[in-house]
Design a protein around this ligand. Structure first.
Ligand code: 5GP
Length: 435
């Protein structure tokens, strides 16, 4: 894991007796920079267990008091006792690049999925109900009645296996460890998951150097489409997946900026960790959210595909087709970037332009000066498999003096890195020239 990156939060869950604790320990012992999170519990310590190592043992009142203050990332009632994962510790360690493994129950895993969408959830599956029952009997810690209760729990936990990313069949512990290793190994080199590899930056500084400029800066990124409602169900919008804005927010974050992401409706996109997310719906919402977020901002990257038009009026409920057709009058929405850049906020502005055909550069330049932006990223429309609603992108950054920084085609993740770096190189020069 690079020194600039965030660690991965692993969640190991599955039926009691499936072997999850052994496998969680295996991750810590062999997985590189991975450590355990010590949970809090209201159950009594067993022989040999120590406070602070196995669990933070506490009374029910202490637990509930901490829960009220938002101290836990997730909590669950398991076998009549409360269990919870301390949130602060997990966040702190992840932010220094350390990975964490949680050995928790399925209720907890579901809460982690919501609070930490980037977490990697691994479900440990016993080879068969018979083997699970035998393991529970051999463990010798439970009575016959308790074993049947655990078998019923195993069924209800397995019902939720669909929320997990991976499953590991634990038929033999050595094979199960190898399966887990292959998951960790592939995540460690997945360009989607890890911070941008330092080696690529060093090998191609012309494209990827310059992000240091962003350390400690405040950046606001807008992403996704906006929706302008016709009635309570139908809307006018733009084609936009939001991936470019989300990728840019992550690239600025990884460069050390404090990032606010103002996002239109982006369907299934997961909120990036350690980025302040503000959700909006319409162009009007977006403008209002920005008005509140711009104080002290060094850069506003306006990636959102804001709808240029909205219906002149909005119908309540759902328009009924049997009423026949109707005329829809559209009125233009505000030019948000122009409005904000005109307020002398002290921020720099990055505009995005999508242009088709010849003269695209000139139109992008005109758009940049019209909006008072300090740079524009020009997407060429009509390139198969690139741009709108695609995971890939390509384009060129253009600055007010007409100078250009080509951004090589790649996943939006790579394009975002190149944009952050190119802006950093340019603004550092400009700051030097000003100072
Ligand atoms: P035990 O008391 O036997 O150590 O753990 C009982 C169950 O509670 C296990 O399934 C374990 O994974 C789960 N558990 C332990 N700590 C936590 C926690 O912090 N949160 C949740 N949700 N479950 C936990």
């Amino acid at each position: 894991m690079s020194r600039n990156g965030y660690g991965i939060l692993y969640v190991i869950a599955g039926p009691s007796g499936a072997g999850k604790t052994t496998l969680a320990h295996h991750l810590v012992e062999t997985g590189g920079n991975i450590s355990f999170s010590v949970s809090a519990t209201t159950r009594k310590p067993r022989t040999g267990e120590t406070h602070g190592t196995d669990y933070l043992f506490m009374t029910r009142d202490e637990f509930l008091e901490l829960e009220k203050t938002g101290w836990f990332l997730e909590t669950a009632l398991v076998h009549g006792h409360l269990y919870g994962t301390p949130a602060g510790l997990v966040r702190d360690r992840l932010s220094t690049g350390e990975s964490i493994v949680l050995d928790i129950d399925v209720q907890g895993a579901m809460q982690v999925r919501k609070a930490f969408p980037g977490a990697v959830l691994v479900f440990i599956l016993p080879p068969s109900p018979e083997v699970l029952r035998r393991r529970l009997v051999d463990r010798g810690t439970d009575s016959g009645g308790e074993i049947e209760a655990r078998m019923r729990e195993a069924a209800s936990e397995t019902r939720w296996a669909g929320i997990f990313d991976y499953f590991v069949l634990n038929d033999s512990i050595e094979d199960a460890k190898a399966r887990l290793d292959s998951i960790v190994g592939s995540l460690a080199v997945s360009l989607d998951r890890i911070p941008f590899p330092e080696g690529m930056r060093e090998l191609d500084p012309e494209t990827y150097a310059g992000r240091d400029y962003w350390k400690g800066k405040k950046v606001v990124v807008t992403a996704g489409p906006t929706r302008e409602m016709i009635d309570d169900v139908r809307f006018i919008s733009n084609r936009s997946s939001g991936i470019m804005g989300y990728s840019l927010a992550m690239a600025f974050r990884d460069a050390g900026s404090r990032v606010t992401l103002v996002s239109g409706p982006c369907g299934a996109l997961l909120p990036p960790a350690a980025v302040k997310l503000v959700r909006v719906d319409s162009a009007g919402d977006l403008e209002a959210a920005l008005a509140g977020a711009m104080t002290g901002t060094d850069l506003l990257a306006m990636v959102a595909a804001v709808s240029d038009y909205r219906p002149g009026s909005r119908h309540g409920g759902k328009l009924d087709r049997s009423g026949g057709g109707f005329d829809l009058r559209l009125e233009p929405t505000d030019d948000i970037l122009r409005n904000i850049s005109g307020t002398g906020s002290g921020s720099r502005f990055l505009a995005f332009a999508l242009e088709y055909g010849p003269g695209a550069d000139e139109r992008a330049l005109a758009k940049m000066s019209g909006k008072g932006a300090d740079a524009v990223f020009l997407n060429l429309g009509g390139i198969e498999g690139s741009g709108m609603e695609s995971p890939f992108n390509s384009g060129v950054l253009i600055f007010p003096d007409g100078s250009r920084a080509e951004v090589p085609p790649g996943s939006k993740r790579f394009v975002a890195e190149a944009i952050v770096a190119a802006l950093g190189r340019r603004f550092r020069r400009d700051d030097g020239a000003d100072g």
